[in-house]
Ligand binder design. Structure first.
Ligand code: HEM
Length: 232
């Protein structure tokens, strides 16, 4: 049996990995605290603010972060996405340091969908639970509170389907293409053979300092803090 070349290459920086798995944990917290209601809504709110902070951070990191974190690295046209789909469905081996063109589109969609969900929450109110208001709900007319609340309750279903598709894609990669993208999102490293064809040089990836990421995260937290304070 031919030995697989297990030489690995660093592809994801720490901020992207921490962002991803913290987001996953917070989404679970948000979901179950909303279902529990009552006293748990306090934690639902905090979790929502943290998600908002993370997504704002990630958007900024998409412009000034490490190579594979940048939107410019993975937002590509439909031709690239179709070419990738052909590789994925055929016998070809997709090779990518960061997000592939299809995955990249999904990443943007997920970020926007999460941002929409958390933003709608700021304007939502739930009278079933003894009037629990999002921090900005009292700043807008009742009809907007109703719309935001209805959207917040509906959109979570869309988001869950998107997440299911996202996880399914990662499983397809694992089972069908024998590429462990999940492990790479944990460790930050991919086997050389998953990144470039044999004999080709490693791509040049720039990794930006974690300190800049912490500064951006604090700036994002400050923005969310002010937004929440506006509602008093
Ligand atoms: C609430 C659930 C989830 C959300 C909202 C979510 C969202 C995201 C986002 C926004 C990214 C892009 C990361 C970045 O560039 O910063 C991403 C990447 C990724 N996620 Fe998730 N994710 C979720 C759950 C999961 C789970 C449960 C798994 C594993 C089973 C997973 C596996 C991955 C992998 C492997 C990547 C990298 C894909 C690639 O190599 O292009 N995600 N996810």
């Amino acid at each position: 049996m031919a030995e697989k070349n297990e030489r690995k290459i660093r592809v994801w920086d720490l901020p992207v990995r921490l962002f991803h798995w913290t987001l996953v944990i917070l989404m679970v917290v948000s979901y179950f605290t909303a279902r529990a209601g009552g006293e748990w809504m306090k934690f639902h709110f905090w979790s929502g603010y943290a998600i908002l902070t993370l997504v704002l951070f990630r958007i900024a990191w998409g412009f000034i972060g490490s190579t594979t974190a940048r939107f410019a690295d993975f937002v590509r046209g439909p031709a690239a996405a179709i070419g990738h789909l052909r590789d994925l469905l055929g016998s070809g081996r997709p090779r990518e340091a960061g997000h592939n063109p299809l995955g990249g589109a999904m990443v943007v969609a997920l970020l926007l969908a999460v941002l929409l969900q958390a933003s709608a929450g700021l304007f939502s109110a739930d009278t079933d639970m003894g009037t629990v208001n999002g921090p900005l709900a009292l700043l807008v007319a009742d009809k907007w509170i109703e719309r935001a609340t209805a959207f917040h309750k509906f959109w979570i279903n869309v988001l869950l389907w998107m997440v299911a598709l996202h996880v399914l894609a990662a499983i397809i990669y694992l089972v069908w293409k024998r590429q462990n993208l999940i492990g790479a999102m944990l460790t930050g490293r991919k086997p050389f053979d998953d990144v470039v064809p044999p004999g080709k040089p490693a791509p040049v990836l720039v990794f930006v300092s974690n300190r800049l990421a912490v500064s951006l995260l604090l700036a994002a937290a400050a923005i969310v803090y002010f937004i929440v304070r506006v509602g008093g």
